[in-house]
Design a protein around this ligand. Structure first.
Ligand code: 5RP
Length: 236
C-alpha cells in the first residue's frame, strides 16, 4: 500500500469518526494532503454539519468547491472537533505541524475545538519530536532577531523559500515563502524536543514570533493512524 492510499484510508476513517458527532454542528478542518483526503471523503455527507471553519486559504477553496459552508471563525462559539494532519506526532500526542505553512490558523482553530483529531499514516509517528524541522512563523522584520534567538536552542535555522506549489500566488522559489497571514517561516532543523510543553513556551516568548509549529498545549486528543494493516484509533 503506498502513502497516498494510506492517507485516503485514514481520511475515510476520520469521516466515519466525525459522522458519529450529533448533526447540525460546525467542524474545524485542517490543511495538507491528508486533510484533503478527509475533505474529499466527507463531501457527500456535508449536510451533516451546519458549516466548517477552515485553517487555510487552500482548505477554504477545497471546501467551497465541494459545497461546504465555510464560516468566519469569529462567528463560531462552539466547535466539537478539529481534524488535521501532522508532520510528526509523539506517543503523548504532541505534534510538529506547519510543513504546509498553515500553522497559525491551524493552532487558532485547534484552540477553539473541544477535541483535536489527528490523522496521519504511521510514518509520522516518532519517539521524540524534532527530525522534521520545526516551523516558526514570524513577522518578516524580525527575521534576524528571531533567528539569533532560535540559534541559541541549538538547531539550524533556515528561512523557508517559496516552492512551486505557491506559484498560484505569484511566489517564485528564490523569494521567502509568504503565509496566508503575510508572515515568513523559519524552519529549525536538528532539535531533539524532549519537553514539547517547555519548548513551545520558550519559542512563544521570542518577540516577533507569530506561532511555533509545536502543538503541545493544543495536542491531539485522538489519533487515527493508518498502516498497511488498517487504521488504529488511539485516545490520549
Ligand atoms: C500544514 C500542516 C499539515 O497538517 C502537515 O504538514 C501534514 O501535511 P500532510 O498531510 O500533507 O503530510 O501542518 O501546515
Amino acid at each position: 500500500m503506498n502513502q497516498d492510499q494510506l492517507k485516503q484510508m485514514v481520511g475515510e476513517a476520520a469521516r466515519d469518526e466525525v459522522l458519529k458527532l450529533p448533526a447540525g454542528q460546525v467542524l474545524g478542518v485542517g490543511t495538507g494532503s491528508t486533510a484533503n483526503c478527509f475533505i474529499d471523503a466527507l463531501a457527500p455527507h456535508k449536510d451533516h454539519f451546519a458549516g466548517t471553519v477552515s485553517s487555510s486559504n487552500a482548505t477554504t477553496e477545497r471546501l467551497l468547491k465541494h459545497g461546504f459552508q465555510v464560516l468566519d471563525p469569529n462567528d463560531v462559539v462552539s466547535l466539537p472537533a478539529y481534524v488535521d494532519g501532522a508532520d510528526e506526532i509523539n506517543p503523548a500526542g504532541y505534534m510538529i505541524k506547519g510543513g504546509g505553512g498553515a500553522l497559525t490558523r491551524e493552532k487558532v482553530i485547534a484552540s477553539m475545538a473541544q477535541q483535536f483529531i489527528c490523522i496521519c499514516d504511521s510514518s509520522k509517528q516518532v519517539p521524540v519530536l524534532g527530525n522534521f524541522a520545526l516551523p516558526v512563523e514570524i513577522i518578516p522584520l524580525a527575521r534576524g532577531a528571531v533567528t539569533r534567538e532560535l540559534d541559541k536552542l541549538g538547531g539550524k535555522v533556515t528561512l523557508r523559500l517559496a516552492k512551486s506549489t505557491r506559484a498560484d500566488l505569484g511566489q517564485t522559489p528564490s523569494e521567502p515563502f509568504v503565509t496566508d497571514n503575510g508572515g515568513w517561516i523559519l524552519d529549525v532543523a536538528g532539535l531533539q524536543i524532549a519537553d514539547p510543553v517547555k519548548m513551545e513556551s520558550i519559542i512563544n516568548q521570542i518577540a516577533g514570533v507569530i506561532t511555533v509549529g509545536l502543538f503541545a498545549k493544543e495536542k491531539a486528543n485522538i489519533l487515527l493512524v493508518s498502516n498497511s494493516a488498517g487504521v488504529e484509533r488511539i485516545v490520549f
